[in-house]
Design a binder for this molecule. Structure first.
Ligand code: ZN
Length: 95
């Protein structure tokens, strides 16, 4: 019975935190970054995050992109054009 309560609590914590990285607030430098993968996926909870020394980055066409997590970095590296193009276009604009 207790296990169910713990699992429920963990689920709530995961929902509040949204991102794996946001639980650690020991920031180095205090710079914020924008995760283009999360922005592309409309995962607004993770779009803006605090940059750390361990923040994953990837370079594409001379621009360095940083990511909220390694899974986002991996997604970007797999298909950089998809996310980089979305980044250069900016937020979706109806024309
Ligand atoms: Zn992300």
């Amino acid at each position: 019975m207790n296990r169910i309560v713990i699992l429920a609590a963990l689920a709530i914590v995961a929902l509040i935190c949204g991102c794996a990285t946001s639980s650690q607030t020991a920031a180095v430098g205090g710079q914020t970054g924008t995760c283009e993968v999360c922005r592309y996926n409309n995962d607004l909870a993770c779009v803006e995050f605090r940059r750390k020394e361990t923040t994953p980055t990837a370079e594409y066409q001379g621009t360095t992109y940083c990511f909220c997590s390694k899974s986002c970095q991996a997604a970007f590296v797999k298909n950089p054009g998809k996310y980089a193009n979305a980044a250069s276009r900016g937020p979706t604009q109806a024309h």
